[in-house]
Design a protein around this ligand. Sequence first.
Ligand SMILES: *Cc1c(COP(=O)(O)O)cnc(C)c1O
Length: 363
Amino acid sequence: MMVQPIPAAKPIIGKEEREAVDRVMQSGMLAQGPEVAAFEQEFGAALVSGRACVATNSGTSGLHLGLLAAGVGPGDEVIVPSFTFAATANSVALTGATPVFADIEPTYFCLDPAAVEAAITEKTKAVMPVHLFGHPANMTALQAIADKHGIQIYEDAAQAHGATWNGTQVGSFGEFAMFSLYPTKNMTSGEGGMNSVANADIERRMRLLRNQGMLKQYENELVGLNNRMTDLHAAIGRVQLTKLAGWTKQRQENATFLDANLQGVAVPAVAAEATHVYHQYTIRVTEDRDGFANALRSEYGVGCGVYYPIPNHRLPSFKRELDLPETEKAAAQVLSLPVHPSLSEEELNRIVSAVNTVAKAGA
Ligand SMILES: *Cc1c(COP(=O)(O)O)cnc(C)c1O
């Protein structure tokens, strides 16, 4: 191929991140310590309206510990979307509770509040919306349903750092909310997760569960895990946090450019209440999505991704007989185009002309 392929995602690691890691290396103290404490503080102030935060070694650990800290366990049901990464339902299942899959609404790919309400039983402990692709779930409607039925809200905000709903940052709604810091997410710590928590009780239980059930050495209060973040990872995350707002603005500008110039495909909609942070820029291709994606990759060098081709309820790990029509439709039609902040103007133009050419050929 003559042209340089455009990657679907690209973590940006700068000199500041390398220097931060080196600072921790030179200190000789690598495990959880002052860098993690500072990162928790700074993340809370910047992204969740000052709520307390607890760092973990991955987003999945954050979900798992958040659920355990909220008291979720055998006999409980937690309503989740099927159209998401498997970590959402996996973390529920690992507590011994049952993930109950509800359908999404078609416009923003997030949980459909009416489907959530229909899925509530006397065992329902909570609903855990995913702010998929960086677009918030309908928190107004979900909050009303949660209040009406006396269930809790937990947020999977893995893909939505900085997104807002009615002016409130996501991650500020639930009993707890998890942000992933995996390298392809909107910011990274290498691997890592950050939970925001609603109160001191759940915060304390998360801190205990993260560290073998102890806050004081050898005074184990609970049965816990080692899900601690290291100071090396926190040092990377602290630098990335200072760059996040600029990257988000660039993602949004890239999305605006794609919105204005793509033809023949359905571009992502944004709810009036929402700020979208474009973790993914996801279009719908109604005919032969896989052929469309292959043409973009092989003929034009445009990296693109299908998130997610198999809904959770049909994975061998869950295998449920369910009728979730909007979930099935999305799984067959979605295609995410590059929107990451390091795209050049030339690359954005190439994405537009490639998509428009393939769309026209298929029409
Ligand atoms: C990435 C992701 C997770 C898991 O986060 P990790 O940091 O990879 O463990 C959970 N839920 C969603 C929706 C994600 O995209």
